[in-house]
Structures are given as structure tokens and as C-alpha cells.
Write a protein that binds this ligand. Sequence first.
Ligand code: G
Ligand code: MN
Length: 273
Amino acid sequence: VWVGFGAPREFLRALEAGWFVPHFQPQFDARSLEIIGMEALARLHHPDYGVLGPASFLQSASDHGLVARLDEVILTGAIAAFDDWALSGLRVPRISVNVSASRLCDPCLIEKLERLSINMGFLAFEVLETISFEGEDSALIDAIERVKSLGIEIEIDDFGTGHASIVSLLELAPSRFKIDRRFTAPLEKSDTQRRLMAGLIAIGKALGIKVVAEGIESMVQADILRNLGCDYLQGFELCRPLSADGMAAFLAKYPSIRESRIAAREPAFASWL
Ligand code: G
Ligand code: MN
């Protein structure tokens, strides 16, 4: 069993050896089922333990003060994959990368982003809702404004589970927020949960913020969310996270998958409302 990196230098060595790579999971338009974006997810390709998710390394990254470094490696890898797909004629409208508060407030971040001297219009940063957005954290708000001015969009991750208030949503004006999968899981069974989801979606509509529902694990959930007016969907049922190469293969065959999904889905049924 994997016990994590004991020392900062072990973690650094793994970073430098290229053990950390982004995997990718698409976000789909809830109506057309077209791919509208792609979330980059950090994975550790461990030579002994195989492919591991953040649960097995985020704590040691944080203990060793290396979360910002990890974020950087994943961002660079995600941009490289995006370029590779484009060279193969596989068009992806946008890539979303998870960004920690420490990375956002790293004074070098903006410099580095500017040095990439590329059009940032295809890039979004996912910021965890558990980061405090309240007034006292003006450094964070400033950092977010600078990131936005480079053309990078902001997405609030795990909406509904952390500290983000409606006031801070107004202040931040993100392009999208992502409703945590704990709100998606009970949709089929509970009328209360469907009404709650309708309310969360209504917050997005009121504020002009697009809504992404996470953790879609059945097409019934996808149908319910579409009928509730949710904009975008992400989850195992639509596509599991895949390596860059795996995603290239998925992208190539997706048009026909999409056709069969559209043909199979339920027509709008108001009874869910
Ligand atoms: O916090 P964040 O939303 O960034 O978490 C993303 C994680 O959620 C990824 O590691 C991914 O593997 C996982 N994930 C993606 N889709 C699903 C899903 O449909 N169900 C579950 N249980 N997890 C998912
Ligand atoms: Mn995320």
C-alpha cells in the first residue's frame, strides 16, 4: 500500500521525473451533449503502485509546501496535451485546471502565464469553494482579477459544500460554478433533492453564471439535469477520466457516441420538476 512521500525531496524527485501527469475528463453541453471543455485532473503514475489519484498525494504535497509546483506541472502538461490534440485535428474548446489558493497568490504565477505569450482564451482555472473569498482575503481577489485580465476564465469548484457565499459569487463573477457530486447522486430517488438542485441552478441563472453538474453516473441523472436547465454535465457515465492518449482516442470516436446517446435519451419530462 502506498504511504505517500516521506520527504520533500522524494516528492520533488517524482515531480522532476515526470511521475505527475494530467488526466482529462470532458464537460458536456447538457442539451447537445457536445464537448464544451475538459478538466485536467492530477494523477501520479507510480512505477510500483500504478496510477494514483489526488487522495494519495495531495496531503504530502501540502505538507511539503509543493502544491503550487504540482499545479504548475499539471498546467504545463495540460497545455501540451491540448496542443497535441489540436495537431491531430481534435478540437477541444477549453481546458480547466485546478488551481490552489497558494498558486493563485504566488507572485510569479502571472509572470509565468504572461511569458507563455499565448492566447489564454482556451483556459479556465477551477478554484475550490473552500478557499475563503471573503473581504479579508483581498490578495486572493486581486490575483483572480489579474488572472481574468489575461483572458483566463474562473470556475468555482464543489459549489454548495464550502464557504463561498452568494455575496462572494457576486464579487468574483466566475464564468461557471460546479455543483458538487453529492447533490447529483440522490437526484433519481428524492424529490427534495431535485428541488434543491433546481434552486442551485436558479442561483446560476439569476447571476448569469453557467452551471456545471458533477458526478453524473447515469443517463437518467443527465436527463433530469437537462430538464432542470443545468448547462453542462461531467461524470463517469459520460466519460471517465482518461490519459491524454486515451482522451485522443475518445475524442476521435465521440461524434458517433453522441449520436446514439441523443437517440436513446428521454424526451423532456416535466414531472421531474
Ligand atoms: O473536486 P473535483 O471536482 O475537482 O474532483 C474531481 C474528481 O472527481 C476526479 O478525481 C474524478 O476522478 C472524480 N470524478 C469524476 N467524475 C466522477 C463521477 O461521476 N463519480 C465519482 N464518484 N467521481 C467522479
Ligand atoms: Mn475540479
